[in-house]
Design a protein around this ligand. Sequence first.
Ligand code: GYE
Length: 310
Amino acid sequence: PTTTDTANASDASEKLITVGFAQIGAESDWRNANTTSMKSTLTKENGFNLIFKDAQQKQENQIQAVKDFISQGVDIIVLAPITETGWDDVLNEAKSAGIPVILVDRMVKVSDESLYSCWLGSNFEKEGVTAANWLTDYLKTQGKDKEKQNIVVLQGTIGSTAEVGRTKGFDDTIKKSSNLTILEEQTGEFTQAKGQEVMESYLKKYKDIDIVVSQNDNMSFGAIDALKAAGKKPGKDVIIVSFDAVKAAFLSMIDGDLNASVECNPLHGPKVAELIKKIKNGETVDKVQYIDESVYSTDNAEAELPNRQY
Ligand code: GYE
């Protein structure tokens, strides 16, 4: 019996798929929910041996993590690329080593599409359009659709797919409304601290800000703090439109500070697990895979809160 037990145990561990996941960092609630989803799905019980690396929002750390995964000889690499450019060399190294790469969340711009198996994430441009449409509809309900409105934008990490898509979708859509003007767009790096800092500088520079568009909830929380410190009522004096729709954003909408948040779904784990198994079985998978999402506001935040997982 002892020999059989040992044989079974080693059989089981041989079957585990070793996955190297190069995560961006821990910059936001969204990111933490994404990490949790991946860690709780890519478990030994589910047949995976996960090597997790947090790159602390630095591309050089992510590149190093991918290189380390290659030298460790992992079965598959999952990469959430911080920005879109600069990946050709390291992805070529993975390809030469015969290690498939799945991209999650953000995209890469590479000359050769065969450098990755597939990408899974959100339609960021669509999210930007949704935010703009929510805003113009809301202004109509407030009777402000003919009034001149000034917008400041807190952008995410410049050159990241989330920033590029949300900026394009939003800017292209509001161009159709002649009463809306963007005063300035600046990055808050997707963090609460930087969001607050940039909002403070906007408040010093501009007397008449009507709307803040913040490309994630954590920067919105920073902006809300800055507005309150400046004696303004966020959600009332200044409209705030956000992205992600994490739990804390629902609480902020219920409090009336945040007006709306466009959902961005971070729960990639189960889909990634399925893709890994398919790729390892030699099955072909769709190159681009979008995750479904919605938009929430002060009108429906309370009803939706009990359903939120992140
Ligand atoms: O919106 C933000 C995070 O790439 C979708 O990154 C992701 C974004 C998300 O830091 O909160």
